[in-house]
Design a protein around this ligand. Structure first.
Ligand SMILES: C[S@@+](CC[C@H](N)C(=O)[O-])C[C@H]1O[C@@H](n2cnc3c(N)ncnc32)[C@H](O)[C@@H]1O
Length: 325
């Protein structure tokens, strides 16, 4: 029978879990960038969680850890210092990232105490709200253009480019010393990626490439995309971003798409194995696990998010269990 165990507490000690007992780690931890000022995103997690993840994973197990462009280097050092091998960095790319920037020309006007020119109006809403533009209060803002000479020179200049991907660090706990891959898998059931189940099917009408094309498609790549970019490189796993508030009751601000988690769970696990997510949020990894008949262990500190995860997982488990009989 499929199992999920979830804990409403800090994950750092993983005290409930035995050494060398779990086959994979998939998690989306705090990025440490104060995203939308969330209280839990002020810092990167303590290294203790990676040391304990290393302790509870079986030798050869793979892990996938979401990260941010700005701080992934620090997270990678913490993971490596905790004993993991850095195997790859997957890039989950999308088209709808918003540049976090400002018009430097207008900032210069302000600094020089010169009023910028009003050249129009627009409706502004912070973030996306369910129900479309008519269902929330939009503020009217002015479109401005710099008035000062220096402001004009820097009109449109900014401080950052449009973010179009999130990195996902792939790690592995080294296999048992003095054993080879096959011996490690025989002992631990861990040490290989599930490349067969994660093949990307050929598109209708696409000519198969290579001397010996596999009937089920291409091997999964380290680029995952949200939409077709129509640039000739669309042969990767495609998964749209989910909107916050997509489900009425799920208000988690950094909700990950279950389809994305589904692909990642399939990539590093095999049937009936167990996935650990120490920072489960609203439980998206767990949901993907149940759909794929993987066992799941999750931790979440915040009681509100924990309850959302519990509701989602219980509902999915009822569906999965009834389909087993
Ligand atoms: C980026 S979010 C995960 C969101 C998740 N991927 C989803 O789809 O809902 C990270 C989560 O880690 C939780 N968290 C932060 N510190 C924690 C800790 N020490 N132990 C357990 N959870 C923690 C936060 O409350 C937050 O919900």
């Amino acid at each position: 029978m499929l199992k999920f165990n979830i804990y409403n507490k800090s994950c750092y000690s993983l005290a409930e879990l035995e050494n060398n007992s779990i086959e994979s780690l998939i998690t989306d931890p705090p990025y440490g960038i104060s995203y939308q000022n969330n209280y839990w995103d002020k810092d990167l997690p303590s290294k203790e969680i990676w040391q304990n993840s290393f302790r509870v994973l079986k030798e050869g197990s793979f892990g996938l850890v979401f990260s941010s462009i700005r701080l992934m280097h620090r997270l990678m050092v913490d993971l490596e210092d905790s004993g993991f091998i850095i195997k790859d960095v997957l890039m989950w790319s999308y088209l709808n990232g918003m540049p976090k920037s400002r018009n430097v020309g207008l900032t210069i006007d302000k600094e020089l105490d010169i009023e910028s020119k009003k050249i129009g109006e627009y409706k502004y809403v912070q973030g996306y709200k369910k129900g479309g533009a008519d269902n929330y209060i939009a503020k009217t803002k002015y479109k401005l253009s710099p008035s000062s000479e220096l402001g004009k020179k820097y009109d449109g200049a900014g401080l950052g480019i449009k973010p179009a991907y999130e990195p996902i660090i792939m790690i592995q706990k080294p296999i048992i010393t003095s054993k080879n891959i096959a011996q490690n898998i025989i002992i631990n059931g861990a040490g290989a990626l599930n490349l067969e189940e994660t093949r990307i099917p050929y598109e209708n009408g696409e000519t198969k490439v290579g001397h010996n094309p596999h009937p089920n498609g291409r091997v999964a790549a380290n680029i995952l995309r949200t939409d077709k970019f129509k640039d000739g490189y669309d042969k990767f796993f495609l998964v749209p971003k989910v909107r916050q508030n997509k489900d009425d009751f799920n208000y988690h601000p950094t909700l990950k798409p279950v389809d994305l988690m589904h692909h990642l769970v399939k990539l590093i696990t095999f049937d009936k194995q167990t996935v650990l997510d120490p920072f489960m949020g609203s439980g998206s990894t767990g949901l993907a696990c149940l759909k794929l008949k993987r066992n799941f262990i999750g931790y979440e500190l915040d009681n509100g998010y924990f309850k959302i995860a519990e509701t989602r997982l219980k509902k999915e488990k009822t569906i999965v269990d009834s389909s087993l009989f």
